[in-house]
Design a protein around this ligand. Sequence first.
Ligand code: SF4
Length: 432
Amino acid sequence: SGPAAPFSLPRPRAALPAGTPAPPPAAHLFSDPAEIEALRGNLLAWYDRCKRELPWRTLAATEPDADRRAYAVWVSEIMLQQTQVATVIDYYNRWMQKWPTLQALAQASLEEVNELWAGLGYYSRGKRLQEAARKVVSELAGRMPRTAEDLQKLLPGVGRYTAGAIASISYGQATGVVDGNVIRVLCRLRCIGADSSSPAVIDRLWDMANALVDRSRPGDFNQALMELGATVCVPKAPLCGECPVKQHCQARRRKLFGKSTPVPDVEDCGVGGCPLCPPATEPWDSSLGVTNFPRKAAKKQPRVARTATCVLERRGCHGAPEYLIVQRPSSGLLAGLWEFPSLPLAQGLQEEKQREALADHLQAWTGWPVVAGDLRFIREVIHIFSHIHQTYVVYSLPLDGDVTLDTALSPSRWVTAEEFHASAVSTAMKKV
Ligand code: SF4
């Protein structure tokens, strides 16, 4: 491992030209090269001993072709955004079996991508991944960009984190990563209690990640830091006793011994004015221990929405029931996925009005007279999307005859229950 990047060493404040923001106090940085070296060694030794065997790690370690390796890491990183490792494994294996290369993915249809993604949530991720794969094939001759900077610049949907992960894990570029797990670990290691979602804190954490990353094993180091956050330095009850970097952890020191230890810049730290300390209005709470860190500004409440949805049912030609599904528009929430005919409802609409509105919607759509009273209320189903608290008011309507649908309206088809589950439908619709 090489030396720490020089920007982890705070400069004396007096030397700064007017208008330059002051660097954070040394207490919040890693300023001792020997400590950085020790932390890297301890973390990597732990990772080698305890890491989870995961299919994308195996591919990253064994695939000799750099483009295929980068593609394998990229797919895993996109799937892992907002989704648990345990859920991703199956999806990942199926995806890599079906589309082992960028070229294979570029040739897939969006429908196939949506079908495989169904149930994983945040559906635009699959679509964006495929669009970017097409771009690599058509505009970059199938060659993945070779640095984090180029990955971020050239690939749609690849942000700073994903670019850093692909470049460090696939190419060995010594560049750090900051995701939710890394934020938690670094904030605890250095008692950073200012709002961890604020750009000022996030910038500092990137600086710190770049300074800490091991120069000879950057991919392993980054994965180790994330793994530590996922398995040891977890949000609610971290396992500090088993932590390989506990001797470097100021939150733990503070928990055990009170106020943080030798603070060279004590005047600026903990008494207001420090950009990385908790706000003076939210002092250290000893009942929380190390989970005082990180801190986030209060989350915005999710938007509340109601949607009437109707399960239209008919007897199929073999006597088995069939259900009508329609395709959502190609942009916006759940773009391109299939659902039962649905209608967003105004807030506070009475039951009777809801039913009438849905009947009108179905009538306009099927061209059949639909009587509101024939719609049978089943129950309400709640589904929480990341930012929407959605209630589906579910009705059913059995049909005797056949219905000819206006093909000029959104695409639609009749499916059996089995076909429904194999279609590109959201988890919310499966609940319905
Ligand atoms: Fe996290 Fe505890 Fe380790 Fe500190 S000692 S990094 S709080 S697990």
